[in-house]
Design a protein around this ligand. Structure first.
Ligand SMILES: C[S@@+](CC[C@H](N)C(=O)[O-])C[C@H]1O[C@@H](n2cnc3c(N)ncnc32)[C@H](O)[C@@H]1O
Length: 277
C-alpha cells in the first residue's frame, strides 16, 4: 500500500479541507438520525477525515466513547487539532449547568434516554478567540470525567479494512461510515468492500447500529479518473451501491431504515441505518 507521503492525489477520498466544502458545525447527516442513537454509546467513525463529525458526536450527542479512524495520518493530526478547537469554543461547564441552553433542553426532551450530563453549548466563543489567544488547555480527565467531551474522544491512523485498532476489542454500539464506501470499493474491489462490511458486523455488539452514507455509482466515474489503478479496479467491480442492502443482510444485518437524503449538490446522499440482529 502506498504511504501517505507518496499520495499525490487523494485516492482514498483523503481530502484536506473537506469540511470547508461540506461545512457546518451541526452535520445535517447526524441531524437525520434519532437523537437517542448515540446516547451512552461506544462509537467508531470510520474514515473520520479531519474529525468534524466525530467531534460533534462526542460533544453534542451524549456518546460514552468515540473513536475516529482514518487511513491518512495527516488528517488524523488535523482531527486532534479540531478536538482542541471544538473544546476551546465550547461553553464553560459552570455556565452550562447554571442555565442549560434551549438546544440542550430540546435535545433531552426529544431523546428517549437522558443524556449523561448537561450538554454545554458548542460555539459559545467565536473562532476569533482561539485565533487571538490560542487553544484552551484541556483539564485532566479526572476533573472532567473520562466520558465527557473531549476525554471521550480519540483518533487513530489505520487502514481499517485490514487493521484492527485497540478499541475494536471492546466492540461498539454504533459504527458510522459516511462517504467512504466508494473509496474502499475503488481501492480494494468487491472483496475488500465485503470484508469491510463483515468487519463492521464483527465489531458491533448485538443490536448495534451501522450508519452508512453510500456514494452513488454515478460518482465512481469521476473518482476513478484520479488514478490508473483505480480505473483498472473499477472495471472489475460487480457490486453496485444498490446491492449493499442485500450484502449486509447476507452478513446478518436487519433491513435498512432509510432516514432520508441530505447534502448539497454532489454531496446529496442517503443516510441508512442497519441493525445487527
Ligand atoms: C470523503 S472522506 C469522508 C469524511 C467523513 N467520513 C465525512 O463524510 O464527513 C473519506 C475519508 O475516508 C478515509 N478512508 C478511506 N479509506 C479508508 C480506510 N481504508 N481506512 C480508514 N480510512 C479510510 C479517507 O482518508 C477520507 O478521510
Amino acid at each position: 500500500m502506498a504511504t501517505p507521503s507518496t499520495w499525490t492525489v487523494p485516492i482514498h477520498g483523503n481530502y484536506h479541507g473537506y469540511y470547508s466544502k461540506r461545512p457546518s458545525v451541526r452535520d445535517p447527516r447526524l441531524a437525520l438520525l434519532p437523537p437517542s442513537i448515540f446516547a451512552a454509546a461506544r462509537v467508531l467513525d470510520v474514515g473520520c477525515n479531519e474529525g468534524w463529525v466525530t467531534c460533534e458526536i462526542a460533544q453534542s450527542w451524549g456518546a460514552h466513547k468515540v473513536v475516529g479512524v482514518d487511513i491518512d495520518d495527516s488528517l488524523i493530526r488535523s482531527a486532534w487539532r479540531r478536538r482542541r478547537t471544538v473544546w476551546s469554543l465550547q461553553e464553560p461547564r459552570e455556565k452550562a449547568q447554571a442555565a442549560p441552553s434551549t438546544d440542550s433542553r430540546k435535545r433531552r426532551r426529544e431523546s428517549s434516554e437522558i443524556l449523561p450530563s448537561i450538554q454545554p453549548k458548542p460555539e459559545y466563543f467565536p473562532m476569533s478567540c482561539e485565533h487571538e489567544f490560542g487553544s484552551l488547555p484541556i483539564p485532566p480527565s479526572d476533573i472532567r470525567g473520562r466520558h465527557s467531551f473531549p476525554h471521550n474522544l480519540s483518533f487513530r491512523t489505520a487502514d481499517w479494512t485490514s487493521t484492527d485498532i485497540p478499541e475494536d476489542a471492546e466492540r461498539y454500539n454504533v459504527v458510522v461510515a459516511f462517504s467512504i464506501s466508494k473509496w474502499i470499493h475503488l481501492n480494494g474491489g468487491d472483496e475488500t468492500l465485503k470484508l469491510f462490511f463483515q468487519r463492521v458486523y464483527d465489531v458491533l455488539e448485538p443490536g448495534g447500529r451501522f450508519v452508512l452514507e453510500p456514494q452513488a455509482w454515478e460518482t465512481y466515474a469521476k473518482a476513478k479518473r484520479m488514478d490508473e489503478r483505480l480505473k483498472a479496479n473499477a472495471k472489475k467491480l460487480q457490486i453496485r451501491p444498490d446491492d449493499f442492502g442485500t450484502i449486509l443482510s447476507e452478513i446478518g444485518f436487519g433491513p435498512p431504515q432509510h432516514f432520508g437524503i441530505t447534502g448539497e449538490g454532489g454531496f446529496r446522499r442517503p443516510v441508512d441505518l442497519y441493525t445487527k440482529v
